[in-house]
Structure formats: structure tokens, C-alpha cells
Design a protein around this ligand. Structure first.
Ligand code: FNR
Length: 339
């Protein structure tokens, strides 16, 4: 029996050596100007040595006011390309592909100064009240994503993901819980999708490699978005040339989430089958058997791991052992041994 987890995966002329993806995770370790520090190469390269097929960099801000924290990585200026390029190269030299998640935190930004969102409603009582974005601000945002994509290309990344999940800016437009606008960017599904539509088109004008979009498929409230509500948007993304939807959930509003192993996998299935598009599943996926089940039953095309890879950068070796197979290892680890 072949193990699907370790089969290569081809997406738009890019071949991943296996289906294991490190989920984007903020490290809060950039300097105050969004530059890479010595933490990042150690952290990311370790997962590439661990045989992760696709290593995602954390949410990287397209504008300084779009940072979740003061120590987020940034890609809003050309000077940031160099450090990012070194990171991409350090991942790629171990045979992994390197991806970057481009984001803007919207009303969840915790940087000093003014913050921006679709509407002037705060996330919760402790958060700052954002300024509702004007048309000019929206144009600036779309341009910032385009420039960031161009820089990501210069830095040599293999894949870009647009962060449209977890209650950050684009998600705030998609969900009626945060989007209270009466102009063409609010109201109907088409209108709420408009900003993502523009961002995807602009990014694609400078980026020919695979493009992923991460969504929060469930707002976990009665009035919020449900997985099936994302099917029309997923179809539009497919029409626009988005290659894969990374199906996460939650965090648009502070709702209670009942999480358990694989709790977001059914959302991936809904989007995959409903829009006939490739998806990745994420959320409390911790074992090789669990990952294999998801792939074999076609519930997702890729599995993303977050905390399991923080606990163990060499998770793929452990999964291979669990699934009774052997995988490629760096030559340094192989002399006289089989992994
Ligand atoms: C995250 N997560 C996250 N998600 C995202 O889209 N962009 C990000 O920058 C971050 N940052 C982040 C930091 C840390 C420390 C953690 C633990 C998580 C969410 C992450 O990608 C993943 O979706 C969740 O952690 C669920 O997967 P696991 O951890 O259960 O495998």
C-alpha cells in the first residue's frame, strides 16, 4: 500500500515532495520594523530538515498598520526582501517548498496609531475602535497586496497564501458579523467578496505561481458564516485562478469553539466537494494515521500542521514510522541507518 501522505503533490507546475504542510504561525520575533531576526532561520529551517513538504512563513504584513503585533514580519518595503529571501532559500535547500502568508490584521491590529476595518466596530471591549476604510484606503490596500506579492516573487517563494481568515481584515469584509457597510463592499455576498476579488486579481497580475487563500469557514455563531456559505465565494476564487483553499475557521467574533481532533476537516470537505476545488485541512491534526485518513478519503488534498510541528519539527519521520514506511532523510542522518 502506498502512503498518500508521502506521495508528491503537483499544483500548478509546482511539485511538493509530500502532503505535509507547516501551517503559518506568527513568531512575534521580527524587529520593530518587520525585519527577519536570527530566530526565524532556525525555526523554519528545522521543519525543512524535518522533511515537511511545504513550509509556510507566518502572517507577514503588507502594510505596517496591518500588523497583528509590533513584532510581526513585514513585506511592505523593498528592504525587507533580503531577509525573506534568505529564509526561503534556507527552506528550499532541504528540498521543501517555501510559502508566505500575506496578511493585514484589520481591526485586530495591536500596533500604535490608527487601525482600519470595513466598519467602525471593535472586535471586543478591550480592542481599539477601527476607522472604517474609505475607497482611497481600499485602493491602497489592494496595491499593497500586489506589491507584497511582487516582493514575495523577488524573494523566491514558491507559493503565496492570502490570509482571509481568523477575523483579520479580509475576513472582516467577507463576514456580515464585521462588515456593516452600505456601499459596494458590503451587504450582498458579491459585495462582501469584492475586496478579496480585487486582491486576488492584483496579486495574480504579478504572480504566476500557485496561490492559496485561507478562509475561516465557520464563524461559530447563529448569524455568522457557515461552511456552505463559502461555496459561492470558493467558486469565484476558482474562476479567478486561486489554486487551493486553506480551510480554517473562527475568530471573526469572540465565539466559543468546541475543538476536537480534526474538527475543521468537515469544513474542508464541504468546500472541496461544493466548489470542486483543492483544499487543505488544518486544526488538531496530530498523527500520521489521522493525516492519511483525511487524504485517502479525499477530505482534503494537503494536511497542515501547526502545534504538532512546534512540538516536534521532525514530525514527518514520526508519521512515517507510524505508517510503517521510510522517507527521504538528509544524508547526514542516513549513514548506516534507515529513517
Ligand atoms: C497560529 N495560527 C495562525 N494562522 C494563520 O493563518 N496565520 C498565522 O500567522 C497564525 N499564527 C499562529 C501562531 C501560533 C503560535 C499558533 C499556535 C497558531 C493558526 C495555525 O496556523 C493553525 O491554523 C492552528 O494552530 C490550528 O492547527 P493546529 O495547531 O491544531 O495543528
Amino acid at each position: 500500500m502506498t502512503i498518500k501522505l508521502f506521495e508528491p503533490y503537483e499544483i500548478k507546475n509546482t511539485i511538493l515532495k509530500n502532503r505535509i504542510v507547516m501551517s503559518p504561525m506568527c513568531m512575534y520575533s521580527a524587529d520593530e520594523d518587520g525585519f527577519v531576526t536570527s530566530w526565524h532561520p532556525t525555526h523554519y529551517e528545522a521543519r525543512a530538515v524535518g522533511q515537511v513538504g511545504l513550509v509556510f512563513l507566518e502572517a507577514t504584513a503588507v502594510l505596517p498598520e496591518g500588523r497583528i503585533s509590533n513584532n510581526d514580519l513585514g513585506i511592505w518595503q523593498d528592504a525587507q526582501i533580503d531577509g525573506l529571501k534568505q529564509l526561503a532559500t534556507s527552506i528550499q535547500r532541504h528540498g521543501a517548498k517555501a510559502a508566505i502568508q500575506l496578511g493585514h490584521a484589520g481591526r485586530k491590529a495591536t500596533v500604535p496609531g490608527e487601525i482600519f476595518a470595513p466598519s467602525a466596530n471593535a472586535y471586543n471591549e478591550e480592542s481599539k475602535i477601527p476607522t472604517a476604510m474609505t475607497k482611497e484606503k481600499l485602493t491602497e490596500l489592494v496595491k499593497a497586496f500586489k506589491k507584497a506579492a511582487y516582493r514575495a516573487d523577488q524573494a523566491g517563494f514558491d507559493i503565496i497564501e492570502i490570509h482571509a481568515a481568523h477575523g483579520y481584515l479580509i475576513n472582516e469584509f467577507l463576514s456580515p458579523l464585521a462588515n456593516k457597510r452600505n456601499d459596494e463592499y458590503g451587504g450582498s455576498v458579491e459585495n462582501r467578496y469584492r475586496i478579496l476579488k480585487e486582491v486576488v486579481d492584483e496579486v495574480k497580475s504579478v504572480w504566476n505561481k500557485p496561490l492559496f487563500v485561507r478562509i475561516s469557514a465557520n464563524d461559530f455563531t447563529e448569524e455568522g458564516m457557515k461552511p456552505a456559505d463559502y461555496i459561492p465565494m470558493a467558486k469565484w476564487m476558482k474562476e479567478q485562478g486561486v489554486d487551493l483553499i486553506d480551510v480554517s475557521a473562527g475568530a471573526v467574533v469572540p465565539a466559543k469553539i468546541d475543538s476536537y481532533p480534526g474538527y475543521q476537516v468537515p469544513f474542508s470537505e464541504t468546500i472541496k466537494n461544493g466548489a470542486d476545488i483543492s483544499t487543505s485541512a488544518v486544526g488538531l491534526i496530530t498523527s500520521g494515521v489521522q493525516a492519511e485518513e483525511i487524504l485517502r478519503n479525499e477530505r482534503a488534498d494537503l494536511v497542515m500542521l501547526g502545534r504538532a510541528l512546534l512540538r516536534n519539527p521532525y514530525w514527518p519521520y514520526q508519521a512515517a514510522k507510524e505508517l510503517n514506511t521510510t522517507i527521504q532523510a538528509p544524508k547526514q542522518y542516513k549513514r548506516g541507518w534507515r529513517m
